[in-house]
Ligand binder design. Structure first.
Ligand code: HEC
Ligand code: HEC
Length: 211
C-alpha cells in the first residue's frame, strides 16, 4: 500500500474532524453571543438569566422554548397589549417594540437560551389558607394544561409557580376585562371561577406549591 493511498483514505476522516471542530467553535461562539444579546436586550427588564427583580415584569428563565415563542406571537397577533416600561436611561419601550428589532431565528436562539436557565420561584408572602383552596381549584380546572401548579417546563406554557404577584394579578385582570385573549378551552374553565376562586388560585401560584 503506498503512502499516498493511505492519505487518500484518511483525508475524509481528517476533513470531518476539522469540520466538526470548526462547527463546535461556531456554535459555541453563537451560544455565547446569544447569551450576551439576551442578557443585554431582554435582561434589562426580565433580570439576569430571566429571573425578574421587578414585580410588574414576569420571570421567564426556565420557560420552554416553544412557550416563549408562542407567548411572543400573542403580542404580534395583538392578543395581549404590551405595557410601556421606563428603562434606567429614561427611555420607554415595550415588548412589541423589542420583538420587532429581532429576526425570527434570533428570537428562536434567545428562547432556547432562556429555556436552558433554571426556573427560580420568587419568595413572597401569601395567604396560606387561600393557597390551599387555590390548589384544590387549580387541580380540577387548570392543571391539565398548567401541569403541577404551573411549575413544569414540558407543559409548554408560561410557568406560574413562584411568579411575581403584581404581574400575575395584572394578567388575571387583563383576562377579566378582555384586554388579553385566552384560548376557548382555557376560557371555559376560567369563567367558572368567581373572584374569590381567582384570588385563591393566585395565592396558590405565589406559594409555588409550598403552602
Ligand atoms: C422594556 C422591558 C422589556 C424588555 C426589554 C423585554 N421584555 Fe419581555 N416582557 C416585559 C413585560 C412588562 C412583560 C409582561 C407583559 C406586558 O405587560 O407587556 C413581558 C412579557 C414577556 C413574555 C411573556 C411572559 C409570560 O409569562 O406571559 C415573554 C416570553 C417575554 N417577555 C420575552 C422577552 C424576550 C425574549 C425579550 C428580549 C428579546 C424581552 N422579553 C424583552 C418587558 C420587557
Ligand atoms: C386547555 C388548556 C388550558 C387550561 C385548562 C387553562 N389554561 Fe391558562 N393558559 C393556557 C394557554 C395556552 C395560555 C397562554 C395564553 C396565551 O397564549 O396568551 C395560558 C395562560 C395563562 C395565564 C397567563 C400566564 C402568563 O404568564 O402569561 C394564566 C394566569 C392562566 N393561564 C391561568 C389559568 C387558570 C387560572 C386556569 C384554570 C381556571 C387555566 N389557566 C386553565 C392554557 C390553558
Amino acid at each position: 500500500m503506498s503512502s499516498s493511498n493511505t492519505l487518500h483514505r484518511l483525508f475524509p476522516i481528517f476533513l470531518s474532524v476539522v469540520l466538526a471542530s470548526l462547527w463546535l467553535q461556531a456554535t459555541h461562539a453563537d451560544g455565547t453571543e446569544i447569551a450576551e444579546i439576551a442578557e443585554r436586550e431582554c435582561g434589562t427588564c426580565h433580570g439576569d438569566k430571566g429571573v425578574s427583580e421587578t414585580p410588574s415584569i414576569p420571570s421567564i428563565g426556565g420557560f420552554s422554548e416553544s412557550a416563549i415563542l408562542d407567548l411572543l406571537t400573542t403580542y404580534e397577533h395583538n392578543f395581549r397589549k404590551a405595557r410601556s416600561i421606563q428603562l434606567d436611561d429614561g427611555t420607554e419601550t415595550d415588548m412589541v417594540e423589542v420583538i420587532e428589532t429581532f429576526s425570527q431565528s434570533e428570537l428562536e436562539a434567545i428562547a432556547l437560551y432562556y429555556s436552558q436557565q433554571t426556573w427560580t420561584p420568587i419568595e413572597q408572602d401569601y395567604d396560606r389558607k387561600l393557597a390551599a383552596e387555590g390548589a384544590r381549584l387549580h387541580k380540577v380546572k387548570c392543571n391539565k394544561c398548567h401541569i403541577n401548579g404551573g411549575s413544569v417546563q414540558e407543559s409548554d406554557h408560561a410557568l406560574m409557580a413562584g411568579q411575581w404577584r403584581e404581574y400575575l394579578e395584572g394578567e388575571f385582570r387583563n383576562f377579566d376585562d378582555g384586554s388579553r385573549r385566552m384560548s376557548s378551552k382555557m376560557q371555559q374553565k376560567y369563567e367558572t371561577l368567581n373572584a374569590e376562586g381567582k384570588q385563591a388560585i393566585i395565592e396558590f401560584y405565589i406559594s409555588a406549591g409550598e403552602f
